[in-house]
Design a protein around this ligand. Structure first.
Ligand SMILES: Cc1cc2nc3c(=O)[nH]c(=O)nc-3n(C[C@H](O)[C@H](O)[C@H](O)COP(=O)(O)O)c2cc1C
Length: 200
């Protein structure tokens, strides 16, 4: 039985295209695995702090030596790491905000990146420990970045591919709803994105 985790990070609520695209991906995954379970995490609804000195410090303290206060400081990170490690299939909503991912999604990344837990160091350098997952990314953007002049500024897809790969999540497929603010492109952008979904 597959467990799906759907991460949402849009700041545009019900109007969000990345959430709609993510949901369409989830539906296709559910068609393929009818007995799968689904957990949804809207990162905008939870208060993830920036990675700050207090949180970072706790990452390096052995669990059995944490004070009650430190346990509280690391609680959210521990919870999100557990959610990530429990999931078999992860759908990540990644809307473009100022050429990059929303700050809440970056905060999530900062909290699930834990030396000794989600990555380690081997003889030949870092080794990702979050293996065996299938990742689908639901990107949405006002402009077009997969081709044409915008391609030079296509930072999000290579970033997510590289960083999630660093953590061991190498089986990653990206679907894009793009050109959502471009006349004559926006009218069909969502339909095109949904039609492009392939679940393997
Ligand atoms: C604050 C803000 C910044 C944005 N920056 C970009 C950008 O740099 N490039 C782009 O193509 N679209 C940009 N957009 C447009 C969004 O990518 C577009 O609205 C998309 O639908 C966002 O995904 P969502 O609908 O899931 O929120 C921006 C939108 C907002 C609100």
């Amino acid at each position: 039985m597959k467990h799906i985790l759907h991460l949402k990070s849009s700041i545009q609520g019900k109007e969000s295209y990345s959430i709609k695209l993510g949901q369409a991906i989830v539906e296709k995954v559910q068609d393929k695995y009818p007995d799968s379970t689904l957990e949804e995490l809207n990162l905008v609804d939870i208060d993830i702090p920036h990675l700050n000195p207090a949180v970072l410090r706790t990452f390096f303290i052995p669990g059995d030596q944490l004070t009650a206060e430190e346990k509280e400081t690391i609680r959210l990170s521990d919870e999100m790491v557990k959610q990530l490690l429990t999931a078999d299939i992860i759908v990540i909503g990644a809307p473009l905000i100022n050429f990059t991912i929303p700050t809440v999604l970056k905060a999530w990344i900062d909290h699930i990146t834990r030396a000794g837990i989600t990555f380690g160091y081997g003889e030949n350098g870092p080794v990702g420990k979050v293996t065996g997952k299938k990742i689908y990314v639901a990107m949405s953007s006002g402009g077009v970045y997969s081709q044409g002049p915008g391609k030079a500024n296509d930072f999000v897809a290579p970033y997510l591919k590289a960083f999630l790969g660093f953590l061991g999540m190498t089986d990653l497929t990206i679907f894009r709803a793009e050109g959502l603010k471009v006349p004559e492109v926006k009218e069909h952008a969502m339909e095109k994105a949904i039609n492009s979904i392939r679940v393997d």
